[in-house]
Design a protein around this ligand. Structure first.
Ligand code: G3P
Length: 228
């Protein structure tokens, strides 16, 4: 199990990461992870999963609830393992799944020794899906994703309640939060509210200086961690 604090950079399908451009972010993550001794994962578009995994700890943005077989256009857990990928986001707000599929994905990740990061929209869903005992629950209110106000500023109580609801049912499950996180203060506040790390996209992908932006977040998290 990875040691918190953790940063996950979800590259989504932004123009800035198409083709081989995603690897720029993988290299930044690797550099900062080595420099500060903090776990930083990158979730690139599917075609770059294998190459990114050769550079830095890499996650899939999604995994399908199937084993191998005749599943056209799918990406499956065993395939992620063979590509050297560390795990997968499951049920991201932009890729929601039925509860039974989420359960199957968590089970498949466990079977293939992949990290499972189940995304949820609020604290109530966090408590419900923590019963599946994934490695991580990532709290991301959909209305704040990609916006200018961070979850740690707009919904601090939701993070606190989310952490508690997860720990009430699964002590080993770590909690991340994401949505609108942009700077050192947002990231630090997330840790102070009890999160084990952050999930971020536009604050790094869209930044004029992606490395500088990522380094600020690392600083915020490490400072807050020291104060704990
Ligand atoms: O998966 C990360 C995410 O949905 C948050 O996006 O752009 O608000 O950091 P963003």
């Amino acid at each position: 199990m990875v040691k918190p604090p953790v940063i996950i950079i979800n590259l989504k399908k932004y123009d800035e990461v198409l083709g081989k451009k995603a690897l720029v972010f993988s290299k930044i993550a690797k550099k900062l992870s080595d420099k500060y001794g903090i776990a930083i994962f990158v979730a690139p578009p599917f075609p770059l999963l294998g190459e990114s995994a050769e550079i830095v700890s890499t996650l899939s943005q999604h995994v399908d609830p199937y084993e191998t077989g005749a599943f056209t256009g799918s990406i499956v857990a065993k395939e992620l393992k063979e590509l050297g990928v560390a795990g997968s986001l499951i049920n991201h707000s932009e890729r929601r799944m039925p509860h039974s599929d989420i359960a199957k994905c968590v089970e498949l990740c466990r079977k293939y020794m992949l990290m499972s990061i189940v995304c949820v929209k609020d604290d109530a869903e966090a408590g419900e899906l923590a019963k599946l005992k994934p490695d991580f629950i990532a709290l991301e209110p959909p209305e704040l994703i990609g916006g200018g106000i961070s979850v740690s500023t707009a919904r601090p109580e939701m993070i606190k309640h989310g952490v508690k609801s997860v720990k009430d049912v699964s002590l080993h499950t770590r909690v991340l939060c994401g949505a609108g996180i942009k700077n050192r203060e947002d990231a630090g506040k997330a840790i102070e509210l009890g999160a084990d790390g952050i999930l971020i996209a536009s604050g790094i992908v869209k930044a004029a200086d992606a490395e500088g932006a990522a380094e600020e977040l690392v600083a915020g998290i490490l400072e807050a961690n020291k104060r704990q």
